[in-house]
Design a protein around this ligand. Sequence first.
Ligand code: SF4
Length: 401
Amino acid sequence: MQESKFFQERAIQNPWSDVAKADWNNWKWQLKNRITSLEQLEDLIELSPDERAGCRFANKKLALAITPYFFNLIDRSNPHDPIRQQVIPRVQETQTQDGESSDPVGEESSSPVGGIVHRYPDRVLFLVTDRCAAYCRYCTRSRLVSNAQDYNFHPNYKAGLDYIRANPQIRDVLLSGGDPLLLSNNKLDRLLSDLRAIEHVEFIRIGSRIPVFLPQRIDSELCKILKKQGPIWMSIHVNHPNECTSELKYACDRLAFAGVPLGNQSVLLKGINNRAEILKQLIHKLLLMRVRPYYLYQCDLINGSAHLRTDPREGIALIKSLRGHTTGYAIPQFVIDAPGGGGKIPINPDYIESITEKFIVMKNFEGKRYRYPLKPQATQDLNRNYAPSTEDRDWIEPILA
Ligand code: SF4
């Protein structure tokens, strides 16, 4: 298979063409040269009035930051480019709709100590940094990340580690933030060692968009740490097939070869990935990168996100359009993180038509009806044409006796 067919090099226009390759491939260079202001953006791309106004406001809500690598994935001639819409602010972010809030999934109310969200009995979310390599305009944690609002978020591992240590029911820790892979290798190694030293912590996961925004960060030293501390599971965050570049594939290969099982969490976003053929391309590319599509999220009710949110019924219809029409491994679970703190709730197309005393009546992906027996009597009804031979009876009857 020709790799380039699936994972294109997408430097459509490259304003950094004179940058040395060694610098371009250096994640610290990428971070240092992020686009963080309206003036920088205007030198690189023609902005719409909505975008210009959005950029002026951005640093009061959620900072503007885009790595040069990710910026180069934007087709500058397309005002609706799917990468552009994810990271370039628009004025609509200033408009708060009914039902939106700064903490739409109620994390604050499940936070026993700063940096810990303890919603499910046996697992915690451990927020270990408030920085990301770039900022997604629909971010659920925009109140915390980027510090654009001077939110009082000081990652303090000690209080979080003490909490995890003191609660033996916690067997699963999800490191997130912000992006944990922005921590230095030494800090990350130390943090993972501290967690490994807690006897009841069995399972460690990292949620990161670094492979997507900054694939150069997935270098051999980081992979050595993840291998040494493994098994570490990782959820990456890819929303559109245009993000599936050869650089991302290489980063995923490195992680997979370091023994890191990879899943993907996408957010369903209006005008970005809410079409069946786009989602299908995305999940197929993910499989080819050894990444299992895991969740498709309904966009949370974060302030100023209405222009990116879809009707949840679209998500149901999209999943229905995939089921039976592609590899089962490729189909993510559509979920709504319940407003106010109810946790993630799976939302499935309705395949169950009825449940009677005898049968569960289902419809398959083509809408054809089937029934599955619920009681032994029903099984016998279904098998009434089966008559064991005399020889079979000799061994069946003693077993049934
Ligand atoms: S990478 Fe994650 S935490 Fe950071 S801005 Fe995007 S959604 Fe928010």
